[in-house]
Design a protein around this ligand. Structure first.
Ligand code: GLP
Length: 244
């Protein structure tokens, strides 16, 4: 498990985008695991700039997003499908048939979750997964208490997550209560993982993820058992880490 301390959000975003660029340079047909939330926006901006400068292409790549709110159609401005198109997909050459974002409006989720897992397997697995972290230590929408062996599933959002994400909606009442998410084990199958966090409000989650016990109470702590994971942190997010 590696920790990279970054000067600021900009530097963190540039470094993480470089990891994507290197992945695509090594394998233009790479399978990318993508995340939503405000944290990766700078990475996506940087990737768009590199694409427009002709430095990278997504033409042969495939992407899988981590999660989606249940009940939000893909054209809802707060859906993760919409977010990803606004923040990345509409600006780069990733073919639409190789963009996978879990659907929030299925009728048979038992079958759909397995279908999503099967698509990842069929694509050859995820080469590079980017993650943010919830203030309760969740990765994707794997809330505290989620089994570390979990695969793509439907989950109830925690009060903390509903509070945190209310800022994107008109009111807290509008925040969906359920989501579809890759499981912890789905994420752990990625060959390389980078997790980004900035700000004091992430410091406890980062401490628990890196220095706490591996426990479903902080699903990010599972990453301690991954062979290739790097945390990119600013000093505020890293402020509660024990001195080495
Ligand atoms: C949501 C997403 C997570 C994300 C988290 C943190 O809960 N499902 O994937 O990591 O928000 O978001 P932010 O980066 O805005 O702090």
């Amino acid at each position: 498990m590696n920790v990279v301390l970054c000067d600021d959000y900009q530097q963190m975003s540039t470094q993480a985008a470089t990891v994507f660029a290197e992945c695509l340079a090594a394998n233009p047909a790479a399978v990318l695991g993508l995340a939503t939330g405000s944290t990766p926006i700078g990475v996506y901006e940087n990737l768009i700039a590199r694409f427009k400068a002709g430095e990278i292409s997504f033409a042969e790549a495939t992407s899988f997003n981590l999660d989606e709110y249940i009940g939000l159609h893909r054209d809802h401005p707060q859906s993760y499908y919409y977010f990803m198109h606004q923040q990345l997909f509409n600006h780069v050459d990733l073919p639409s048939q190789r963009i996978f974002v879990p659907s929030g409006v299925e009728s048979d989720y038992g079958a759909y979750c397995q279908w999503y897992e099967d698509r990842i397997t069929e694509a050859g697995g995820i080469d590079l997964q980017i993650l943010g972290i919830g203030s309760d230590g969740h990765i994707a929408f794997n809330e505290p208490g989620t089994a570390l062996g979990s695969r793509t599933h439907i989950t109830e959002l925690d009060h903390q997550t509903i509070d945190d994400n209310a800022r994107f909606f008109q009111s807290k009442a509008e925040v969906p209560r359920r989501a579809i998410t890759m499981g912890v084990a789905t994420i752990m199958d990625a060959r390389k993982i980078i997790l980004l966090a900035t700000g004091e409000h992430k410091a406890t989650a980062i401490r628990d993820a890196i220095a706490g016990p591996v426990s479903s109470e902080c699903t990010a702590s599972a990453l301690q058992q991954h062979p290739d994971v790097t945390f990119y942190l600013d000093s505020a997010a890293a402020s509660l880490l024990p001195a080495e």
